[in-house]
Design a protein around this ligand. Sequence first.
Ligand code: BGC
Length: 565
Amino acid sequence: MAVEAEAKRVAAEFELTDDGVRNTVAEFVAEMKAGLAKDGTSMSQIPTYVTGVPNGTEKGLYLAVDLGGTNFRVCSIQLNGDTTFNLVQSKVAIPRELMVAQTAKELFAFLAKQIETFLRQHHNDHFEKHLRRRATVSTPEGYRDEHVFRLGFTFSFPVKQVGINRGNLIRWTKGFNIPDAVGKDVCQLLQTEIDLLKLPVKVAALVNDTVGTLMARSYTSPGKTSTLLGAIFGTGTNGAYVEQLSKITKPMIGDYDKTTGEMVVNTEWGSFDNALKVLPNTEYDAKLDRDSVNPGIQMFEKRISGMFLGEILRIALVALMNKPDVPLFRDDNSSHNDYHSTTTIDETSPLHTQWAVDSSILSIAEADKSVGLRALRQQIEKNLGVSAASIEDAAAVKEIAHAIAVRAARLSGAAVAAIVIHTGRLNPEASSVPQPKSTAAIKEDILKGNLAEAASATANKLADTAGLSVNEEEIVDVGVDGSLVEFYPGFEDYMREAMRAVPEIGAAGERRIRIGIAKDGSGVGAALIALVAAKMEQNNDYAGDLMQRLESVGETSENVIEDEK
Ligand code: BGC
């Protein structure tokens, strides 16, 4: 009983009330505005120099690489121009020692080597041809820049972008820490290593994974609605959305196309409310932060993402285990336990080691609805190193894990709500979208004999459940990716519950927000941005050629314009 009561007490500490959600949203909108006006704010609101989203007709073969979590991915993407694509990819785990290497070179040389291996494996013909052409630079049919693969570099850390393929690292997150790289242009770091290996690859675009997700979702999403937001709820968390250029009032130095009137902004919302004005802060959050490599930073991310949720759970469980009067994992009499064995905590249990508890246990705990919690107890043995845990122990883990994840999902919902509100995508007509009748009300109609009314209400409800009752034009489309949204049962439902609690969104607005998984979005997205960048290059080359031709006949661009008047 003591374990159950204590678990409930701890779970309650993670509760984020509807008021809490509303305060979070209000502060979020304020921090978004602050970040658009100047540099150095909590949420960076980084202009990405990407000024349009794709519509599904884009075509071509591009390379993309993705660095941002536990793995490094290299892929080639054939965009078919009909909202579909074919993707070939390889993935390697990033050696732990490279995440905290002495020099940036060590990491980037490793990345370039992976690109070489990929090219040799999947595009060997092109690669060999390139090597032969290199020897023929001087002949007209020989080596040309256009034979080089354009590569989109998804680099999922905060970067101050100064052009579509230039950007300086602001800080590392998610356990990476190579101080030598901070302040450097990460595209240049990669290009240097690629060139040393003489690979036919040009780093054409620098992309945050959220921007890639936004692009990929826009390329593949059904219907005419263009996507507003790309968000990641995985190892880390962040969002990128389409902003009006006129609202980005801080200075931007690089060149960009102004004709669309829009630009994608990478919010870097992981650092929302670092000052903890509104974010919940339990003793477990405070300990996690104190013992992290970046105390006081990424405070939103530390309450939401997969890198941290397992650790919050570990800290909360250890706090309970340390209480002499709480018998968690202490079934010392085998007859109390349905395994008929004594509960033991391994000496090497991940419970004793910082960061050792994998967040996947939260999903498993949530998914296990069985009476005996067998699956979860197996996981407790495997993932927490506790053998023969009792049902009561497992129930306590489940209760606390649930509370941690629901808080994460509600905070995630608050972020999405804030972006939707700030961009004004829900207009006042939102409230005119008819609400489906409740099941109870329909049943009442049936009992009263109002069958026609009941039949039409049932049809509405079915359409609503199938997501069919909102007009395409009224949809606000959001692309998401990451292990939490993909694998945590009901993560999106909890996000939606939080969104409904925000008056500017409400139930009617929430139904208009369509959330779709953009699986592997960052790879496809990076390819799409590499395509845009390649087009920009061609335009610049064309403009450059024109200028040269004009100069060769002795006229400047100004007097050409004069002549045309
Ligand atoms: C990084 C973001 C990234 C997010 C999701 C965060 O830690 O700062 O740039 O988008 O993780 O991968």
